[in-house]
Ligand binder design. Structure first.
Ligand code: ZN
Length: 307
């Protein structure tokens, strides 16, 4: 049994319109689902991914309008990294981001920057045979588009604290860098640590949790593994687009294990993913109350379509 890399990463935004503009227009991802936070249906849960809304490419945001900026600390993910195809792609991205007023830092095979609310991001030229998961964008040549997740980096007080749980229960393996890899039959994703004693402050621009991908068949078995390893998972929660369990790994980072599928085409066709507000069946009765209070957002795709 192996986890199929990163399923999705969920972070917090205080500015939904700015968030859509950055992830769709600037980074060229597709808004694949516009729905509400199932634990607070008066605010958005926005999902950006590749064209098909694949696990492995899906960064999502809970909206807390006007939320203060947070700061990542021990027990929190502080950087989300996506793959690109080449150094030439990094050249394009460096120029594109600087033109948008984003400061970038170029390293060996990587480009490091932050989103408008301070969330740490990185683009990495990755040596991998994993399928590139890309979204259509008229402004980014196909070969330079973002290709799905490479890694997340978390802060911990003790990089060894989680080793036996990650290796023994979740079947992560030691990666070349200081960290771990979850690699299944289809994809892999890295989980890397940096050390800090600083406590985090949740808020805008911070990561809420990272989800790892499981086949639907193995999902319950992963829950048992987590329990055997001393973790305390939630019951299986049906998130409609996938099923989930949540638990904290020993370094304090909130993990989710989510099923690959049924996916975002469950309640709307692939061609129009994310265009209208999607409400899972248990929330549909709230549509008339919820739609007028949600922050108005403009999807840059509508402007592209009109060109
Ligand atoms: Zn999640």
């Amino acid at each position: 049994m192996r986890l199929e890399g990163i399923h999705h990463v969920t972070a917090i935004t205080g500015d939904a319109p700015g968030n859509v503009d950055f992830y769709v227009r600037v980074l060229g991802l597709r808004l694949v689902k516009k729905t509400v936070n199932q634990d607070d249906p008066t605010v958005y849960h926005l999902f950006y991914a590749d064209e098909r809304g694949s696990a492995g490419a899906d960064i999502t945001f809970f909206e807390y309008p006007g939320a203060q900026r947070g700061r990542a600390g021990a027990g929190m993910v502080h950087q989300v990294a996506f793959r690109v195809g080449s150094e030439e792609a990094l050249d394009l991205w460096a120029e594109r981001l600087e033109r948008e007023g984003v400061s970038v830092s170029r390293g060996d095979q990587r480009l490091t920057f932050s989103d408008p609310e301070g969330l740490g991001l990185e683009l990495v030229v990755a040596e991998t045979g994993d399928e590139p998961l890309t979204a259509e964008s008229p402004e980014i040549p196909a070969e330079h588009r973002i290709q799905g997740f490479d890694h997340v980096r978390a802060f911990t007080r003790d990089p060894e604290a989680s080793r036996s749980f990650l290796e023994g229960s979740l079947e992560f393996t030691q990666s070349a860098e200081s960290g771990f890899e979850a690699r299944g039959d289809q994809r892999g994703g890295l989980y890397l640590y940096d050390t800090t004693d600083q406590a985090g402050i949740p808020g805008a621009g911070t990561v809420h949790h990272v989800a790892w991908a499981s086949t639907p068949e193995e999902h319950e078995a992963w829950r048992e593994r987590v329990i055997e390893g001393g973790g305390r998972p939630t019951p299986v929660i049906d998130r409609f687009y996938f099923k989930s369990i949540y638990f904290r790994e020993p370094s304090g980072v909130l993990f989710e294990i989510a099923t690959i599928g049924p996916g975002f085409t469950t309640d709307e066709p692939l061609e129009s993913l994310g265009e209208r507000l999607s409400l899972p069946p248990d929330f549909e009765h709230l549509r008339e109350q919820v739609e007028p209070v949600l922050t108005p957002i403009t999807n840059p795709r509508e402007a592209w379509a009109a060109r």
